[in-house]
Design a protein. Structure first.
Length: 319
């Protein structure tokens, strides 16, 4: 009897350690952390995703939890340090959340160690000039000795994209001036149109309205395929090293979520991003959907991190 009792106890212990009880149940509450305040793009993306994710998880209560602070690091750290039970997830921006570590800051998370559920959005970058600019091609841009670039501030994804682009195009050799005091991407674009500088850069979703209105022109864009007629990709223009440059929003949980729960969460995620009703909603709020499954997202995060690390010496504060 003692042997039988001991065996039962051992089996129960193994089951607990293996995470057999960790699957998300319809009675559970799943929190998706937004590392910024309510109302922004991250917040809208998660609040639109949550009800469909709930349905895909069999009715589990999925809530949006805003934890702003430290440029998004507070919420990201909260997710990374949470219990790996599948009940706390978060939305992450790459390269935004990779840059602090690459720039030498101490952060409470490692993107490469998180349990990736899947990617929602991917936005390529577009290099732009004002509509009335004399700059017509990348060669014209490279020929300018006293270049002024409009951008968001140090540590921002737009500034990082511009610095990497300047490095690849050889612009950095001429020591361009970065006007990087703009409060956001839209402000930097408006500054370009106003004549504050000669060139800027922004994600497709941010720059499209200004391209359509005729206020700016595109010189080139990242990615494997151009989205605008007559605009080459950087690879087509002879700079394939800029192809991976993009902005991504992906969902992840803390390191160590067990395989069964991770598979369940990834499956539910894919159900959502293949739901036509959800895709229509995402389009209606301006999301640039580019879904990717969890395993591929994890691999892509690692390769993207390596990409940005290669340019770490180009990402210093230009001012």
């Amino acid at each position: 009897m003692k042997i039988k009792t001991a065996l039962l106890s051992a089996v129960a212990g193994i089951a607990l350690m293996s995470g057999a009880q960790a699957d998300v149940d319809p009675s559970d509450t799943v929190s998706i952390v937004v590392p910024y305040g309510p109302g922004g793009g991250f917040d809208r993306a998660v609040r639109g995703f949550a009800p469909y994710f709930s349905e895909a998880l069999g009715g589990a209560n999925v809530i949006t939890e805003n934890i702003p602070g430290a440029g998004g690091q507070r919420g990201s750290t909260e997710v990374s340090r949470s219990e790996p039970d599948g009940l706390t997830l978060g939305i992450f921006n790459l390269p935004g959340f990779a840059l602090p570590a690459i720039l030498g800051e101490e952060v409470g998370y490692d993107l490469r160690e998180l349990s990736w559920i899947g990617r929602l959005e991917s936005d390529d970058y577009v290099l732009i000039v004002a509509a009335d600019s004399e700059i017509q091609t990348l060669d014209d841009l490279i020929a300018i000795d006293d270049l002024i670039i409009t951008s968001t501030g140090y540590g921002s994804t737009v500034l990082a994209a511009l610095q990497i682009t300047a490095s690849e195009l050889g612009l950095a050799e001429n020591d361009p001036i970065y006007l990087s005091g703009y409060g956001g991407t839209t402000d930097a674009i408006v500054g370009l149109i106003r004549g504050d500088g000669q060139v800027s850069m922004a994600p497709v979703s941010s720059v499209t309205p200004y391209l359509e209105s005729g206020d700016v022109r595109a010189l080139a864009m990242s990615g494997n395929q151009s989205l605008f007629e007559g605009v080459p990709t950087f690879a087509e223009a002879g700079y394939p090293g800029l192809t991976p440059l993009n902005l991504q929003r992906s969902i992840a949980g803390p390191p160590g979520i067990d395989d069964a729960t991770l598979t369940q969460l990834r499956s539910a995620f894919m159900d959502v991003v293949q739901n036509e009703e959800y895709l229509e909603y995402a389009k209606s709020i301006g999301m640039n959907m580019s879904p990717m499954n969890g395993a591929d997202t994890a691999a892509d995060i690692s390769s993207s991190f390596e990409f940005y690390e290669r340019f770490s010496t180009s990402l210093e504060n230009p001012n």
